[in-house]
Write a protein that binds this ligand. Structure first.
Ligand code: GCB
Length: 617
């Protein structure tokens, strides 16, 4: 049934798009390639009725043989004479910074959900004629229609994953322009769906650039330790281009004394292994990264790669064969100091620096794939990472298109970060309601993940419930427990369930001998609001909640980590309480500006003790 539906969707997909549109091409290690940045000031046009996209019969203008120059914004047309009617003008439109969401940059767009057209002109040095160019967009929330020099490249769906289109055939030395219509309208069938507890920041929220690669180039590679074998590096690689068969590829890790030559097969692929001796392993205590050089003909791709093994044994999580406790914190991709989506290296250093100060060795990057700086900086700092796709709350489990969308986001997330030693958990979902359809949906996601990454651990933030007929026995009634490597759940006793004292007699009945991980607990407090520990929203209440929660969770024998909710206060349109929330979720252990609340110190102390406890395990 699923296959038939899938074919139908594919057919609709193929017929509904112009045959000239490009395919998305994933390219690994995008930041190490030669590129021209298109970051900076762009022009923008707000188009709430999508006038530039649909004509008055609601037909997409970019699907018409002769789109009207006067209204089809993707053409980026300029009136040629005073008598020519053109009802837009990018040159006279206002500026917006890329990367950056529109909500935090432009006051009138604070709550805006709809379409905005982005426009940028650029010249391109085409002196290396043999080379190929790709337009890279780090993320566009949520849907992007992309055009270069008036030609449609494609439509990308999903607000947190990167995509590239080849534009070699379209570029000229001067007078190029790129136009992207970004639409952040929420929808029931989307991933995430209409209901989230975070701000729907719209726009080109991550880097945009033109990546320049040789005619045949290294499109993808995987270089990581083999399962539980610190002496063997698994390698796979794929070339893209006309001359990809039987090509010589050299992989060098100079500091490890490794230089190995491989030959690609007739499909431009290679799979192999490299014996390694005395590798310095990557760990949170010693986040060692090796320079890795991949050479194809005259061209090199450089990366910095860490090597570590990862497994579970009973309730233990083993990193390099040693049991670890994940001293974590959940993080949204938001910088409350400057406002809006975080994207830069500095943003990553700020947020992850706070996590380090808290004593973390782990971060949960919630609830969608974060920008690559977060993963890379975490890796440098010795933070292990939980990466997640926005399969959040109640999405359309029975909708095949929704499934394909979620799975694509998952595949793209794994594609980008599969060489990062820091990433140890792929999370499939957050707080999803148990049903047959939901479980089939998530089982398929799990199978897909295992088929492309056999090493990393799989989890999902599940829910806990009080067992019927008991006073305070907590159970995880979810068949997904069978399928995941780590049983994670959001807990919230003392906030959404009772007061902090409810923690005293709570008993967790978890039937599996697997690592147990608390993906969320916490409660709201306004920084600087003080009172007794029984008064909601005070720092003292939150402090007490953290004291009681950590004491309670310690009683779970399989407990191997936690990521309380959350590092810092974050914007959410669901948070309506005046004087306390005012549009902010206040569960941060830091305010959005980075002020430490009392709970911060409780968690810091607890993590100090866990660090000691695990030192000699
Ligand atoms: C949750 C969600 C998270 C919310 C949080 C809250 O369980 O996973 O996205 O922000 O609770 O603050 O209610």
């Amino acid at each position: 049934m699923r296959t038939i539906k899938l074919l139908l969707i594919l057919a609709i997909f193929v017929f509904s798009f112009n045959s000239s549109m490009s395919q998305e091409v994933n390219i690994i290690s995008i930041n190490s390639r030669t590129s021209l940045s298109l970051n900076g000031s762009w022009k923008y046009v707000v188009d709430p009725y999508e006038t530039g996209y649909y004509d008055y019969r609601r037909e997409a203008r970019d699907q018409r043989a002769n789109p009207s120059k006067s209204e089809a914004l993707f053409l980026g047309y300029k009136a040629q004479s005073p008598s020519e009617r053109v009802e837009y003008d990018f040159d006279k439109s206002e500026n917006i910074m890329v990367p950056g969401d529109w909500n935090s940059q432009i006051e009138k767009l604070f709550y805006y959900e709809g379409s905005v057209w982005y426009y940028k002109k650029f010249d391109y040095d085409l002196s290396t004629e043999a080379n190929r160019q790709f337009l890279h967009i780090g993320a566009a929330n949520y849907e992007a229609d992309v055009y270069v020099n008036g030609t449609k490249l494609g439509k990308h769906i999903g607000g947190f994953t990167a995509f590239n289109y080849e534009i070699s055939h379209l570029l000229k030395p001067t007078g190029n322009f790129v136009i992207v219509k970004v639409d952040n309208t929420r929808g029931l069938e989307k991933v995430p769906t209409i209901n989230t507890d975070w701000w729907n920041y719209g726009g080109l929220t991550r880097d945009v650039k033109i990546v320049d690669v040789p005619a045949t180039f290294v499109q993808d590679y995987y270089i990581q330790l083999a399962k539980n074998d610190p002496k063997t590096i698994d390698v796979s690689l794929e070339l893209n281009g006309a001359n990809k068969a039987n090509q010589s590829i050299i992989i060098e890790i100079p500091k490890a004394g490794i230089k190995v030559r491989f030959i690609t097969d007739e499909n431009g692929k290679l799979i192999g292994q490299i014996p390694a001796r005395n590798l310095q392993l990557w760990s949170p205590e010693n986040p060692h990264l090796y320079e890795v050089k991949i050479t194809h003909q005259k061209h090199e791709v450089l990366d910095r790669i860490g090597f570590r093994t990862l497994d579970t044994q009973g309730s233990d999580i083993l990193v390099n064969g040693k049991s670890v406790f994940l001293r974590g914190i959940s993080i949204h991709e938001e910088n409350g100091i400057k406002g809006g989506r975080a994207h830069s290296l500095e943003d990553a250093k700020l947020l992850l620096g706070w996590a380090k100060e808290l004593g973390c060795n782990f971060v949960r990057l919630a609830h969608y794939p974060h920008n690559e700086n977060m993963i890379r900086v975490a890796e440098e700092m010795g933070l292990m990472v939980w990466s997640e796709v926005p399969v959040y709350w109640t999405i359309q489990w029975e909708n095949e298109e929704t499934y394909q969308n979620a799975e694509k986001q998952l595949i793209d997330m794994i594609f980008r970060d599969k060489n990062r030693a820091s990433v140890i958990i792929w999370s499939m979902a957050n707080e999803t309601p148990v049903s047959t359809e939901r479980t089939e949906f998530l089982s398929n996601m799990i199978n897909t993940t295992r088929s492309i990454d056999s090493i990393r651990l799989i989890s999902a933030a599940l829910e806990r419930h009080t067992q019927e007929g008991t006073k305070n026995t907590q159970i995880i009634a979810d068949p997904l427990q069978e399928l995941v490597d780590v049983i994670s759940f959001n807990e919230y006793i003392g906030w959404y369930a009772g007061l902090p004292e409810s923690c005293n007699d709570a008993v967790f009945d978890i039937q599996f001998n697997k690592p147990v991980f608390i993906s969320e607990f916490g409660g709201g407090a306004l920084y600087g609001y003080h009172g007794d520990k029984g008064t909601l929203w005070t720092e003292e209440f939150q402090e007490e909640l953290y004291i009681q929660s950590t004491l309670m969770l310690e009683k779970i024998p399989q407990l191997r980590g936690m990521t309380p909710w959350i590092l810092s206060d974050f914007r959410s349109p669901r948070r309506l309480l005046p004087e306390i929330q005012d549009g902010w979720n206040r569960k941060g252990v830091l305010s959005e500006k980075g002020d430490k609340k009392k709970a911060f110190y409780i968690l810091q102390q607890y993590y100090d003790s866990k660090k000691l406890e695990y030192l000699n395990k």
